[in-house]
Design a protein around this ligand. Structure first.
Ligand code: SF4
Ligand code: SF4
Length: 81
């Protein structure tokens, strides 16, 4: 499942550089995650790096983009292949 950033985001910018897939960018009002690029960090790290660094805990699973662990691994393979 891709993660998403809620409107609680304070635009602190610390999550953007830690994403191994360059899935995070500044949107119109606050930071956003591109669902087609987020693997929940599967393949790169044991835990979602953006969630670890976010000071306001505003990064949550996106129910509109459900994916199994296998699907996340396949996405990782596609992105890194
Ligand atoms: S969970 Fe990982 S891949 Fe997804 S946006 Fe956060 S840092 Fe990037
Ligand atoms: S770390 Fe959290 S508060 Fe900071 S820009 Fe990223 S989502 Fe927003």
């Amino acid at each position: 499942m891709s993660l998403k950033i809620t409107d609680q985001c304070v635009n602190c910018d610390v999550c953007e550089p830690v994403c191994p897939n360059k899935a995070i960018s500044l949107g119109r009002e606050y930071y956003e995650i591109a669902p087609d690029l987020c693997t929940e960090c599967v393949g790169h790290h044991d835990e979602p790096q953006c969630v670890i660094v976010c000071p306001v805990e505003c990064i949550i699973p996106d129910p509109e983009h459900p994916e199994s662990p296998d699907a996340l691994l396949a996405k990782y393979a596609r992105l890194t292949g």
